[in-house]
Design a binder for this molecule. Structure first.
Ligand code: FAD
Length: 312
């Protein structure tokens, strides 16, 4: 049986995560189909067809799919899922809502946040906020899995693009509708893909002071993140929460300001190449995982970084 990769895209371009999902899917040793869902997505499907290792692209191109809700995605995956042993999707909000539904409807298994696939029937994933790395051998024949893209290198492209086959849309009975969409972060790079992330914690003290963190991020063309305590306190929007129940980031440099380093926060930054922490408490747990640590007051450090860091 084959493997199905759900393409991640913004309607115009294929997200780099899709090439990484293909690498993950290759570990399963079966032919790989890519499913692209959206409206006006011919170009995206073409990009998917050029990924090395893909056997076929299936494109659901319909007005009704301009916005895909979890119910619709689950219904679509169940409608075509019987051909596939494993359905692979990016570990994002939509897939985290849709794939467990699909797994229940299809009487299949579900695994979240897979970071390695050592064999076709073995999956590595973090548990307990990254405190444990589990090797899971699922008992179900069919599986729906979400994969952490940053854990896999992107597949290359080939000149010999495969066929794109149209597929009819399966739309679920409407129990929910999208009432609006807010793009967080403005012109800043996407948090999950940014090369530099500057993040603020409870130590930042207020939404007003969060602007100091934003100024550092803007200086280095980075994204802004926040701890859950900062989000809960209203200093930052939920969309930029980093950690176990927020976003997983994998930047070259993660700058943590006034963040203590709770295990649930660290779970979201483990893949960062270099972690820099500024905290006034020398015993803060963040210093145990930081590559560079500065014991100091963020209100002295932030303005200096915003004016003295090389502008990128
Ligand atoms: P605190 O722990 O209060 O730390 C604030 C830090 O700021 C302190 O270390 C202090 O020394 C420092 N500080 C204060 N003032 C200054 C100053 N002027 N200069 C320098 N340093 C200063 N948390 C997440 O972040 N992400 C998650 O996804 C997440 N998911 C969770 C899921 C569950 C199920 C649970 C139970 C918890 C979760 N948490 C998550 C919460 C987590 O346990 C911590 O409570 C949270 O990360 C703490 O945020 P913080 O480090 O900003 O705040």
């Amino acid at each position: 049986m084959k493997t199905l990769v759900l393409a991640a895209h913004d309607g115009k371009n294929l997200d780099d995560a899709t090439a990484r999902l293909v690498t993950a899917a290759r570990q399963l040793g079966a032919p790989i189909d890519v499913l692209v869902i959206g409206s006006g997505i011919a170009a995206v499907a073409g990009q998917a067809a050029a990924l090395d290792g893909v056997s076929r692209v299936r494109a659901v191109d319909a007005d009704a799919c301009a916005t895909v809700l979890a119910e619709d995605l689950a219904a679509q995956l169940v409608a075509i899922g019987a051909e596939y042993r494993v359905v692979v999707a990016r570990h994002d909000m939509l897939a985290r809502a849709a794939l467990p539904r699909a797994a229940v409807l299809a009487d299949a298994g579900f695994l979240a946040d897979v970071t390695a696939i050592p064999a076709a029937d073995r999956f590595i994933r973090p548990m307990y906020a990254g405190g444990v790395v589990a090797e899971v051998a699922p008992v179900q024949d069919r599986l729906f899995i979400t994969v952490r893209p940053s854990a896999f290198a992107p597949a290359g492209t080939t000149d010999a693009a495969v066929t794109v086959e149209p597929l009819a849309a399966t739309v679920a009975p409407k129990r929910a509708k999208l009432v609006g969409r807010e793009v967080a972060g403005g012109d800043r790079p996407d948090l999950t893909r940014a090369r530099i992330v500057a993040a603020g914690g409870r130590g930042v003290g207020s939404a007003e002071h969060m602007k100091l963190v934003e100024a550092v991020a803007d200086r280095v063309n980075g994204a802004v993140g926040a701890s859950r305590a900062a989000v809960d306190a209203g200093f930052a929007p939920n969309a930029i929460q980093v950690g176990q129940t927020g976003k997983t980031v994998a930047p070259d440099v993660y700058l943590a300001f006034g963040i203590s380093g709770a295990i649930q926060h660290v779970a979201g930054i483990k893949d960062a190449r270099v972690i820099v922490a500024v905290n006034k408490d020398p015993d803060a747990p963040i210093f145990q995982i930081a590559d560079i640590g500065l014991v100091g007051d963020i209100f002295e450090v932030l303005p200096r970084l915003a004016s003295e860091l090389p502008s990128i």
